[in-house]
Write a protein that binds this ligand. Structure first.
Ligand code: SF4
Length: 376
């Protein structure tokens, strides 16, 4: 059996958040054709991974909660009709708080969604307006209460730190609301300036100052201590959970298990091949419908796989296992160990008998530490 994940990309959002460069559209007129294409793609690729066993199904976006429960259930049926899915599979839906009313949550629960990933981002209405989010802080609090009352006990929430004007006290308060609600999994991201976003446009045209790296670093350090204090394990650099609540879907990505991604812009990985679908709703739907090519692919080289191994493992709590490095990437092991030891002397890497991990200081500089180790 080849344990695998399924990712379904729902490329629609009610609004364009100021910082976001994901693939989505706020025009819903292509939805019907896109759903038809999704069903077709899911059905057509059933034999792509021989002997597949699906452990996880993940609806990501965009905003999957813009779909009706009927649409989601129908997509799940298509998956179940073509793929063997574990009876206890983790089935996650990314959702935004403004979509989570009582009836919608009950419907999600009854069609088999057993994990919610809620895009809260902040509990400050000032931040939410600045980010152009479609929800307010009260809707987020209400959504958490309703989700728990509906029986969802596997919930993840996204928060953003380093937002201009947000104080350290506010940041700790936002985390505190999640602790108080018993949210078992929290993903935290520093606000970053991505190309082709309103945020990047505003900074480039001097309509606002550049983001403060100092604020971001300080709030990240506060978060490390606060999460530890409240019993959350930092099992990946951006992901924290109470014991037993790691996200199976993402953990399987990080373990290098195969996954099939359906929908525009979705990525798939199997063997040494990575492929990605067209990032355009209309072009994707037309191509799938007409049997034309709707994706590009690449074969990963040894060097690509090594760099990915470094990047994924250094972000994880387990770090780089020395035995795995020496066994799987013998040709790069000696140089990498030398560089890891040098980074250890700078306090960025910690080492024990089995593995190398990022220190707290290393996590603050993770991108450059990892880039240092890359083979180019
Ligand atoms: S809701 Fe999510 S995917 Fe949609 S624009 Fe906002 S951040 Fe991006």
């Amino acid at each position: 059996m080849v344990h695998s994940g399924i990712y379904i990309h729902i490329p629609y959002c009610k609004r364009k958040c100021t910082y976001c460069n994901f693939h989505f559209s706020t025009q819903f007129n292509t939805l019907k054709a896109l759903l038809e294409a999704l069903h077709t793609e899911i059905m057509n690729r059933a034999l792509e991974i021989p002997d597949i066993l699906v452990d996880t199904i993940y609806f990501g976006g965009g905003t999957p909660s813009v779909l009706s429960p009927t649409h989601i259930e129908s997509l799940l049926h298509t998956v179940y009709s073509r793929y063997p899915v574990q009876p206890c599979a983790e089935i996650t839906l990314e959702c935004n708080p403004d979509d989570l009313n009582r009836e919608y949550l009950q419907d999600l629960h009854s069609i088999g969604i057993n994990r919610l990933s809620i895009g809260i981002q902040s509990f400050s209405d000032r931040d939410l307006q600045w980010m152009n989010r479609a929800h307010n802080a009260n809707q987020s609090k209400e959504a958490l209460t309703l989700a728990a009352a509906t029986g969802f006990d596997n919930i993840s929430c996204d928060l953003i730190f380093g937002i201009p004007g947000a104080t350290d006290t506010e940041w700790l308060q936002h985390l505190g609301i999640l602790y108080d609600n018993g949210v078992p999994h929290i993903s935290c991201y520093a606000l970053t300036v991505e190309e082709m976003t309103l945020l990047e446009h505003r900074i480039r045209h001097q309509q606002m100052p550049a983001l403060s790296e100092e604020d971001s670093i300080r709030q990240m350090l506060l978060m490390f201590d606060s999460m530890t204090h409240h019993g959350y394990e930092a099992y990946e650099i951006s992901n924290y959970c109470l014991p037993g609540h790691r996200a199976v879907h993402n953990s399987n990505y990080w373990k290098g298990l195969p996954y099939l991604g359906f929908g525009p812009s979705a990525h798939s990985y199997y063997g040494n091949t990575r492929r990605w679908n067209l990032s355009n709703n209309q072009l994707y739907s037309d191509a799938v419908k007409n049997g034309k090519l709707y994706y590009e692919s690449e074969t990963l080289t040894r060097r690509d796989r090594f760099n990915e191994f470094l990047m994924i493992n250094l972000r994880r709590i387990e770090g780089i296992r020395i035995a795995e490095l020496e066994q799987d990437f013998e040709e790069y092991a000696r140089d990498t160990l030398l560089e890891l030891n040098r980074l250890q002397s700078e306090g960025l890497i910690a080492v024990n008998e089995e593995s190398y991990t990022l220190t707290k200081e290393g996590k603050l500089l993770s991108d450059s530490v990892i880039r240092n180790l890359f083979q180019i």
